[in-house]
Design a protein around this ligand. Structure first.
Ligand SMILES: [Zn+2]
Length: 164
């Protein structure tokens, strides 16, 4: 990154603008960026420079995953910032791609609390490079759920029951 930026239109020198930028391009309605806008001294053109989009999107996601309930737009944002296709996210959640698409295009949240939680876990996993650790944990949990479906008789020997 060069410190002295110049206008892309005329080559004039740019002055940073002390205005927040409504970052609608990220797909969320409530994100404002400081220190990204500059104006050309010669032609008056306003430029927006975001040097590190992945880092920015991770910072935005850090806020989003702390919200009580995700919106469809936030779900889409988290998926895309983790660089996952709908197909890939669906595979990680062991559901259909069309379900993810339905969630993202719904007017309001239509997925469950546990699905919401899993989406956040997957996001953290991808953004913070915890793939192996969390993959192992996630596989264990999926395996538990799979086995839970095969219901069988519960046999408990009271003589062996530990009471405290
Ligand atoms: Zn200019």
């Amino acid at each position: 990154m060069d410190g002295q930026k110049s206008c892309l239109s005329c080559g004039g020198s740019l002055q940073s603008l002390d205005q927040s930028y409504h970052y609608l391009e990220c797909g969320l309605p409530n994100v404002y960026l400081e220190g990204v806008q500059s104006t050309c001294e010669q032609c008056g053109e306003i430029e927006v420079t975001i040097p590190n989009v992945p880092a920015l999107h991770r910072a935005i996601g850090d806020h989003v995953i702390r919200y009580g309930s995700l919106t469809p737009a936030e779900l889409r944002f988290l998926r895309k910032s983790a660089r996952l296709t709908q197909e890939q996210l669906a595979n990680e959640m062991e559901i259909n791609r069309s379900t993810i698409n339905r969630w993202e295009t719904a007017d309001e949240k239509v997925w469950s609390k546990s699905e919401d939680f899993l989406i956040r876990v997957i996001w953290v996993q991808h953004m913070y490079g915890l793939r192996d650790e969390l993959d192992a944990l996630k596989n264990q949990l999926f395996e538990m759920v799979r086995r839970a479906k095969e219901r069988e008789d519960i046999r408990i020997n009271l003589a062996e029951l530990v009471t405290t």
